[in-house]
Design a protein around this ligand. Structure first.
Ligand SMILES: [Zn+2]
Length: 282
């Protein structure tokens, strides 16, 4: 039985150009450059992914939420909010979009895998909170469980459901390509998570082994395939060389087989999914 992947666009965002990429280097200087930067990129989408598998419905990330337009949604001192410009319509929240597809977000989702907890990936948390297991890696939760630190680093714990604590992915799956271990998501081994840290500590990506092709959902490990191909890491992470290593692993994995790579913030992901366009690293 084939696996079905769907992309939901939960609004779009324009960001400071220096957020997209900066050369690896001093982390503080990279952030100062980002804060001093002016102007915005063209809009990029904020995607969440539904994966329908015989064992159930799985979400990879939850996108942004229209609630972010309400005053007081962010703490005033979360400076990142002033460096991005989100455009999300009232009906573009994940909960409404899932219901429009006939999926009850709180009862018909088996598990959610969060690549990381940045606010544009975890905005839909209150929509699904309840029955579905919600997973992050241990390394990510270690880095983001302090609300103050998570806020400084671009998450919005203020908007998480009260008492939220993720389930932790178990790294007891087999080695896959360049990854020495993996996190099984389904029991048949067809959906697994792998470590792609660097954008943030403990960031994970998802691999889906479908009947005829493999999909790799890279979250924010690469904002676009062009940036991935040129090995250009995002501009404001705290570990640019770790991010670079993750990009190289992704490329190495794609050299060994036919893989459709789907970043979370690139409109072309929609077409690549539809046409099963394989990524060939240069
Ligand atoms: Zn992010």
């Amino acid at each position: 039985m084939p696996i079905n992947i769907s992309i939901f666009e939960t609004g779009s965002t324009r960001v400071r150009p220096s957020l997209m990429t900066q050369p690896p280097g001093n982390v503080l200087l990279r952030r100062i450059r980002f804060l001093a930067d002016r102007g915005f990129t063209d809009p990029i989408p904020i995607f969440a992914f539904l994966i329908e598998h015989p064992e159930g419905n799985f979400m990879f990330d939850l996108g942004e939420t229209p609630r972010c337009n309400q005053p007081g949604y962010y703490n005033w001192w979360q400076i990142g909010q002033y460096c991005v410009s989100v455009d999300i319509k009232p009906d573009q929240g994940l909960g409404d979009q899932l219901r429009a597809r006939g999926i009850d977000p709180q009862n018909d989702i088996k598990a959610v895998i969060l690549s990381h907890l940045h606010s544009d990936h975890a905005g839909g948390l209150p929509d699904v909170y309840g029955k579905p297991e919600i997973y992050t890696s241990q390394a990510h939760w270690n880095a983001f469980k302090s609300p103050f630190h998570a806020t400084i680093e671009g998450a919005n714990p203020k908007a998480w459901p009260k008492g939220f604590q993720p389930s932790i992915l178990k790294p007891d799956g087999p080695a896959i390509g360049p990854w020495t271990t993996s996190y099984p998501i389904t029991t048949d081994g067809k959906i697994v998570a792998v470590d792609t840290p660097g954008h943030v500590p403990g960031h994970v990506s998802i691999i889906i082994f479908d009947e005829d092709i493999t999909y790799l959902l890279v979250g924010d490990a690469a904002y676009s395939l062009d940036l991935l191909d040129k090995e250009l890491v995002d501009g404001i992470n705290t570990e640019p060389l770790v991010a670079l290593d993750s990009q190289r692993k992704i490329k190495e994995f794609c050299r060994g087989r036919d893989v459709v790579v789907l970043p979370s913030h690139e409109y072309d992901s929609v077409r690549r999914l539809k046409t099963k366009e394989v990524y060939r690293p240069t």
